[in-house]
Design a protein around this ligand. Structure first.
Ligand SMILES: Cc1cc2nc3c(=O)[nH]c(=O)nc-3n(C[C@H](O)[C@H](O)[C@H](O)COP(=O)(O)O)c2cc1C
Length: 370
């Protein structure tokens, strides 16, 4: 069955609406999931390992944590290797993501993940990386709806709990995402996560939330929105604009590790947490200590710290030149340099407030043509 795209309004640069604040906490906790918060920490390859997931759930507000994708190939899946992905943070549901197009092995992998305690088994239908796409998996699978149905139906038969699919808006076109959504729904997935960029857009341009709204309006299963929730208030705006049932946040949580807590504050009617420079320093020291306890080599810890700092720098006034500390190659010097730059900064000086008062990430007022 084909579902032609309901054409979204043809927004031009002139009539694009500025992204204002829509904070309506009523109904935030009305969602169809068995989770404490309708929020998910996104899967991020190379980032979303167990230590990261534990760090991100130290503060309240995260409903579900996701693993990065586990690649399932044509070779018989080693169940023991798959089970290693299921590492839970006590008290927080875990979504384990698999990626592959082998019907039999994906079904076996999905069953093994569920058996070993994954609260959600998710399929990656969004990865845009050329090395992944060349193998016909990730976002490449969006071009073959029949294959999608067969893989997902086989996975469904093996997963007694929640089964989900994380999609992009399309591969090189965004004119059949409704058809993809219907195929996944018919195959029995319990919910969809939608990152509304095409494969060819990678992470550039703006996430077109109208695609989330179109899928939500069309499908019976719940839809989770993802993409460019840079500030806590954006989460409420996404729900208001799209009707999505929950939100997923990735890069913005690296930039602002307090974002989930701020969302929870707003949902509870509390003034949202406003981190200061000293809070950022303490957080980075904590991150360093955690990684030093896990990784044998300081060079690996430095790599992880630089990952965090690259995003942190996006919330810091450019004149403080935080990115310069990335040149350091030992942990103590790097942290000392961060401290020199950020100590004593007031919350108002950092772009980490719930409302995005400095707006460093507010590029997204114009939608691309799908
Ligand atoms: C470094 C990195 C790795 C990612 N790895 C995955 C992955 O393993 N699986 C997946 O479904 N999406 C992956 N994504 C996409 C994110 O889950 C998310 O859809 C995307 O970053 C948009 O959301 P955001 O604006 O909240 O970051 C990755 C993104 C980044 C930046």
């Amino acid at each position: 069955m084909s579902h032609p795209l309901k054409q979204p309004p043809n927004l031009s640069r002139e009539d694009a609406q500025p992204r204002g604040d829509v904070i309506d906490p009523s109904g935030w906790h009305t969602h169809p999931f068995p989770w404490r918060h309708p929020t998910l920490l996104a899967p991020m390859e190379g980032v979303s390992h167990p230590t990261f997931r534990a760090l991100m759930t130290q503060r309240p507000g995260v409903g579900v944590v996701c693993t990065e994708f586990v690649r399932v190939t044509e070779q018989a899946a080693s169940v023991r290797a798959l089970a290693r992905a299921v590492v839970k943070v006590p008290g927080i549901p875990l979504s384990v993501q698999v990626m592959g197009n082998s019907i039999e092995n994906m079904a076996e992998a999905a069953g093994a993940m569920a058996h070993h305690g994954a609260d959600v088994v998710d399929i990656n239908l969004g990865c845009p990386s050329p090395r992944v796409v060349r193998k016909g998996v990730g976002s490449a699978m969006l071009t073959d709806v029949e294959l999608l149905k067969r893989v997902l139906s086989a996975m469904r038969a093996e997963v007694p709990g929640l089964l989900s699919a994380k999609i992009r808006a399309g591969f090189d076109r965004a004119d059949h995402f409704l058809e993809v959504g219907h195929a996944l729904q018919e195959a029995g997935v319990d919910f969809l996560v939608v990152h509304p960029r095409r494969q060819t857009q990678f992470y550039g341009s703006v996430a077109d939330w109208r695609i989330i709204a179109a899928l939500k309006a069309e499908l019976q299963i719940p839809v989770i929105g993802n993409g460019d929730i840079w500030y806590a208030t954006d989460a409420f705006r996404m729900r208001a604009e799209t009707g999505c049932d929950a939100v997923m946040i990735g890069r913005p949580a690296l930039r602002n590790p307090w974002i989930f807590e701020q969302i929870a504050d707003l949902a509870a009617g509390r003034p949202p947490r406003a981190p200061s420079g000293d809070d950022v320093i303490a957080r980075l020291r904590d991150v360093a200590a955690r990684y030093l306890a896990v990784y044998p080599a300081e060079r690996l810890v430095i790599g992880k710290l630089k990952e965090w700092l690259t995003y942190t720098a996006r919330a810091v006034p450019p004149e403080l030149r935080l990115r310069e500390v990335l040149r350091q190659s030992d942990v103590a010097t790097l942290l000392a340099e961060v401290e020199t730059r950020l100590a004593g900064l007031a919350p108002a000086d950092l772009d980490l407030q719930a409302t995005g008062h400095l707006g460093y990430e507010r590029r997204g007022t114009v939608f691309p043509t799908p």
